[in-house]
Design a protein around this ligand. Structure first.
Ligand code: FAD
Length: 406
């Protein structure tokens, strides 16, 4: 009996230490280059040192840890694939994926901030912007001097962004912007916003809106149970005068924002697996240390079933995103393939988080362990950047040629 009362205290005391060991059941490391491993390991160390010790407190306080911005810039999290002459890290897509995996292993909210900055703000400026816009904004965004946000979703138009009502009117010297965006990550502290709005012909255009422009505000959304360490807000435009030089010249239509979402969804496919790996690792360690009925709970068949299924799903997901990365490096990954990977990784992660939570028993609901935080975060990840249902319908459309969602 004395053994049973002392051991739980010991394991709970060590709970806050980050003892993470990444699962690699199929030696997927062998598929990575030395550079990939170096990048992955340096981000992993940064997360252990900078994110793990503080993330629970920031999540509990519902605050984004802004002091991490310079560090995120330094590890190449802002614009990993953007060329170095614009301040990006100039890395390949496997490196980008590994960076997102490691950051989300720490917290989905921190990965969200990085995804928005790199894929939804830097990428559209890089892919659709003028040379002047690229030279002006990209280096500042890569270094974290400027933070950005991406405004596509509106209060009444989420899965169907093509029906947006935010609009611009040509006033000769400038565009007059009116409308509102909802659920915008990073918006409360962002210096610039990439905003998608319809022109007078109903064509979607991308604009760079700067903080301080008259009539532009970004109130924070409070009361979230999920992604608490990420700041979400609205964007409100009340007759904002946007200079014509702030329009992204090289894209028109819904393909503009969808191109950015492809870039971000690719990162989420890797990132969500990071959260899954953390939940599995935590549950595995706990199951070997927690004694009930005189032996570790990991020795009971029901707990082994959960753990065995977790590592099987993680391994399948790791192989899928690695292959997707190879295709993306060769510019051969289709949007539908990216949809499948985003949906699969998030579903895998959310199921694993729920099972891991159970393995931890009552301790699983506390902030002593990262599992419940991951589980709550993943409820947002399953919805944003295309919902679970919409990604399934994209796969359905891709294989049948029939569109079931419009
Ligand atoms: C924390 C957080 C951060 C976010 N960050 C950003 C951001 O930075 N920028 C941004 O622009 N947006 C952001 N979003 C918005 C996000 O992308 C939307 O929430 C998402 O696209 C879904 O839109 P909705 O919430 O309006 O749901 P709806 O579109 O109203 O969907 C509600 C439900 O109906 C289902 N549904 C909808 N249409 C169909 C259909 N045709 N067939 C079958 N089912 C359907 C959906 O799958 C879903 O289950 C964020 C959201 C959250 C929660």
């Amino acid at each position: 009996m004395s053994k049973q009362t002392s051991e739980p205290n010991d394991i709970h005391r060590s709970a806050k230490k980050d003892l993470y060991e990444a699962p690699d059941y199929y030696q997927i490391d062998d598929l990575l280059s030395e550079e990939h491993k170096l990048i992955r390991d340096s981000v992993r160390s940064w997360v252990k040192k900078e994110v793990s010790p503080i993330i629970e407190d920031f999540a509990q306080k519902a605050q984004f840890p802004k002091h991490l911005i310079p560090g995120l810039a330094e590890i190449g999290a802002f614009g990993p694939t953007i060329p170095t002459n614009y301040g990006g890290a100039g890395l390949d897509y496997i490196s980008y994926g590994l960076i997102m995996q490691e950051i989300e292993r720490g917290d989905s909210g921190i990965r969200s901030a990085a995804s928005v900055q790199g894929s939804l703000v830097m990428y559209p400026i890089y892919a659709y912007g003028s040379e002047e816009q690229k030279m002006h904004y990209l280096p500042k965004l890569a270094s974290g001097e400027y933070m950005g946000c991406f405004g596509l979703t509106e209060p009444d138009h989420g899965s169907d962004p093509g029906s947006m009502i935010t609009n611009i009117k040509d006033m000769g010297d400038y565009f007059l912007l009116n409308g509102a965006k909802m659920w915008i990550s990073n918006s409360p502290f962002a210096d610039i916003a990439i905003v998608w709005a319809k022109d007078e012909e109903g064509i979607i255009r991308g604009l760079i809106v700067e903080k301080g422009m008259e009539g532009f505000s970004a109130p924070e959304i409070h009361g979230k149970w999920s992604l608490r360490a990420s700041a979400s807000g609205e964007l409100v435009f009340d007759n904002v005068k946007v200079p014509k030089k702030n329009v992204l010249p090289n894209v028109k239509g819904l393909k503009g924002p969808l191109g950015c979402l492809n870039q971000a969804r690719y990162g989420i496919a890797w990132g969500a697996l990071g959260a899954a790996m953390d939940c599995y690792d935590t549950a595995l360690r706990y199951s070997k240390e927690r004694i009930q009925f005189g032996r570790p709970i990991g020795g009971f068949q029901l707990q082994q079933k959960k753990l065995a299924e977790m590592i099987t799903e993680i391994t399948k997901g790791q192989l899928l995103v690695w292959r997707l990365g190879v295709l993306r490096n060769e510019n051969r990954a289709s949007p539908a393939q990216i949809s499948m990977a985003k949906r699969n990784s998030v579903e895998t992660a959310i199921n694993i988080a729920r099972e891991a939570r159970q393995i931890l028993g009552g301790m699983g609901i506390t902030g002593e362990y990262p599992v419940m935080r991951h589980m709550m975060n993943l409820e947002s990840v399953v919805t944003y950047e295309g919902t679970h249902d919409i990604h399934l319908l994209i796969t359905g459309m891709d294989i049948t040629g029939l569109n079931a969602f419009e």
